[in-house]
Design a protein around this ligand. Structure first.
Ligand code: ZN
Length: 316
């Protein structure tokens, strides 16, 4: 991925001032007009059984964002004043993101058939501040959705903390313990059996182990009882370097997954050792993930017993 160069603190402030000076910037009108099928799906997903919206042909106010959501492959022309700011923060190492405030104001219902247009105003950058998550900047912006003409339908103030995740120490990667300790057991337990026990023992010790054939040496993942190359049942393993690249990935938004917060990224990670492994990409916003992204293994304690290997961005 290419992006802006790393900016100093004054340069970040200068960019923030510049983006704010742009004022309200109109975006691309919604791809589709407000429509009943999307309203029906949204009501179903939210568990809202109120028939009023469908009967009257009006959109639930909280759908405001839905109509103008950018797609996965957004055009450069769809960039808002916020995108350059967030990209600069990413480039500065502030890759973590957590939404802190969202206030919406509804002026009227959007009606079926009308096409909304978003307008975004970058309203400020504060920081750097020290937080429990790491050093970061608070970025704030406002979006107004307009109907036909200049009539606002809804407005939103959105604020995120873009933070620099804590640096990795040298040596084995630290296991990130949940806080507070003693929380609910993570509901999705991996299958542990004679084929996979070596893998989970390795994870517990901060090692990424790849099964190997004890006769021909071929590596295989996921683990299995027999070598596909020479049919030997003699097994061993190697310890992988713990580095990889994104071969393919999806961003999971729905349905909800017990014990997890959506959205999260599930990637097929290609290891330099020659096998691929499925895992979550963490410590960066889902939209920063791309094919070929460099990753390093990280180990997350999901509860007091279970540790899962995951993947975090790697700079080089
Ligand atoms: Zn073999």
């Amino acid at each position: 991925m290419t992006g802006p160069t790393r900016m100093s603190e004054p340069e970040l402030r200068e960019l923030a001032d510049k983006q704010a000076a742009l004022g309200e910037v109109r975006g691309t009108p919604a791809a589709d007009p407000v429509n009943l099928p999307m309203i029906r799906h949204w009501l179903d997903a939210m568990g809202d059984t109120n028939r009023t919206y469908l009967d009257k042909g009006i959109a639930p106010p909280a759908m405001a964002q839905v109509w103008t959501m950018p797609g996965v492959r957004r055009d450069a022309k769809d960039r808002s004043p916020v995108d350059d700011m967030l990209a600069a923060l990413d480039a500065g190492g502030y890759t973590g993101v957590v939404a802190t405030n969202c206030e919406q104001t509804y002026h009227r219902h959007a009606r079926v058939g009308e096409r909304l247009t978003p307008a975004t105003r970058f309203s400020g950058l504060t920081g750097p501040k020290r937080t429990a998550l790491g050093e970061g900047y608070f970025a704030t912006w406002n979006v107004t959705w307009y109907g036909e003409g200049d009539e606002p339908v809804a407005e939103m103030m959105f604020r995120v903390l873009k933070f620099r995740p804590h640096r990795r120490r040298e040596g084995p990667p630290p296991v990130v313990r949940p806080e507070p300790a003693g929380r609910e057991p993570y509901p999705l337990r991996p299958a542990r059996n004679r084929d996979t026990a070596f893998f989970w023992d390795g994870v517990r010790d901060g090692e990424l182990r790849i099964q190997s054939c004890a006769d021909c040496g071929r590596l295989r993942h996921p683990p299995g009882p027999v070598c596909p190359a020479c049919r030997s049942a003699n097994r061993s393993y190697v310890v992988a370097r713990g580095e990889g690249t994104v071969f393919s990935y999806v961003v999971h938004h729905h349905p909800p997954v017990p014990g997890r917060e959506t959205p999260f990224v599930v990637a097929v990670v290609e290891l330099p050792e020659g096998v691929r492994i499925v895992g979550n990409v963490v410590d960066c916003p889902p939209d920063a993930v791309g094919i070929g992204m460099k990753l390093r293994a990280t180990y997350r304690a999901m509860d007091d017993e279970l540790i899962l290997p995951m993947w975090a961005p790697r700079e080089s």
